[in-house]
Write a protein that binds this ligand. Sequence first.
Ligand SMILES: Cc1cc2nc3c(=O)[nH]c(=O)nc-3n(C[C@H](O)[C@H](O)[C@H](O)COP(=O)(O)OP(=O)(O)OC[C@H]3O[C@@H](n4cnc5c(N)ncnc54)[C@H](O)[C@@H]3O)c2cc1C
Length: 562
Amino acid sequence: MPSHDVLIIGAGLAGQRAALSAAESGASVAIVSKVHPVRSHSVAAAGGINAALNPEDSWESHAFDTVKGSDYLGDQDAIEIMCREAPDELLYLEHIGVTFHRNETGHLGTRAFGGASAARTYYVADITGHAILHVLYEQLMKRTEQIDRYEEWFTTDLLQDDEGRCTGAICRDLRDGALEVFNAKTTILASGGCGQLYKPTTNGLIVTGDGIAQAYRIGAKLMDMEMVQYHPTTLAGNGLLITEGARGEGAWLLNAEGDRFMEKYAPNKFELASRDVVSRAEQTEINEGRGFPDGTVALDITKVPRRRTLEALREIVNIGRDFAGVDITREPIHILPGMHYIMGGIKTDSDGQTTVPHLYAAGEVACVSVHGGNRLGANSLLDTLVFGRRSGAHAAARALQMPMPSAPTSRVADTEKHIVAIMNRPTGGRRIGAIKNELGETMNEYVAVFRDEAGLTTAHEIVRRLKDEATHAAVDDRGSVFNQDVIAAIELGYMLDVAETIVVGALERRECRGAQWRIDYPGRNDEEWLKHIDISVNGADVPLVSFSPVTITRWQPEERTY
Ligand SMILES: Cc1cc2nc3c(=O)[nH]c(=O)nc-3n(C[C@H](O)[C@H](O)[C@H](O)COP(=O)(O)OP(=O)(O)OC[C@H]3O[C@@H](n4cnc5c(N)ncnc54)[C@H](O)[C@@H]3O)c2cc1C
């Protein structure tokens, strides 16, 4: 049985950064990932990472932009930590070998991003996540004495002792289907977001909310789950992302009449207002008949000098050509708002501690909360690294002072039984893919840029029905080697749990704030709703809502304009 001081579930940026920091603190570490680590979804991150590193910039300015971007729902103590620690984190990355862009003077160069009052986004062309993830993985491989990697292992359940403390997890080796208890003094969930419960989404097939659901099922509180970000520039149909870097480099948004409509909605920032503002503006143009017949508006990247586009935005040149048949250096490309990110997640403090003892969370799975109602572009990579590192260090320090818990090995039998039951389901029920499609389309219709009570209630009813249908969705593969059918059935259960918490949160918050835009409750209502919605499990699987205060250190809520 694998036994470690610190178990990390997830090997994207948050997980790898946590592993390195826990190992540096002297702990023995296991890092588990359902895919090879460098295929983790962080590899898709494009535009860059924020840090106030230039002498004329300041962490306070970065923090204020983040607070304002969050529509005042972000916890300001956590935001201060993230923005203060950003420059050191960026230099750490540079020193271990991330080849950040350098400008003509040889210094690290920046690009502008939405909602920021200074150009403070550091980048590697439009493959920033790829570049960072690979360099962290090199570091991981250098530390094989302390860090054991379990690549292509799937975590099914978290384990708890009689006092409710997390004592590790059960994982399935995807190569042969074997189940193992991973015993650990402390466990860090770094298993990413939940984009796949929307269709379309910018997120890859592996982003199924596993960790959020696993923590929820053992009683951890979730927070800000209603806050789901729609990115302003995604391709119709497939949801592929056109990075915000394009607008950072100078691209314009145009409606079908050729108007640069952002002038109306954000006269100071235009295309570089925060994402919720730009997505709402686009959706308004589309809903009011000023979009194109395919339900889109246009992003005009020809405003960026062609040479610069080919140098700094080469991936989206490929995406435009391969997936839309458009040469973005010569003509505008049609885009629309699309599901991209969840600001909510497992409620943690700024050291990653969740409400379940000895369980930590970091990265997109977690809600610290530094993004509140709306995440600023390029703040997520920063969040994964700063809070990944902090979680790793805290979990290691705690683990080094504890005895190894005794593992409840009997739980493996329950998981085994569950998997056998999935494989033995009679054929004839609805297909897993069909249920997943209906879930994604439902969320995209009713829990999107604009929301109201009737739509959210419909979504809730559909999700409850799908939860029931999912319990008898049959699988075809009954083997043990790379049985992705069984994994898809388990992931579907996670997605439905997470979807329900999102819908319940969105029904609860009766105001407009950040990504939660209730057309039936116009305006932000600080008097009643300047608070977090926490969701935990109540009985079998009914979400229980409670509230917690927003931490305000120095920035009182103000009207938010760009
Ligand atoms: C297309 C795209 C572009 C983006 N660009 C940017 C950008 O430029 N700047 C920015 O700041 N943010 C960007 N983001 C957001 C950012 O990339 C993500 O929020 C961030 O990378 C998430 O990192 P993570 O470490 O939390 O999770 P991930 O990188 O998603 O890693 C999750 C890990 O958990 C593992 N895992 C999940 N479930 C299980 C399980 N059951 N068992 C075992 N392992 C499991 C996975 O295998 C994986 O290793 C972008 C997002 C997308 C989709």
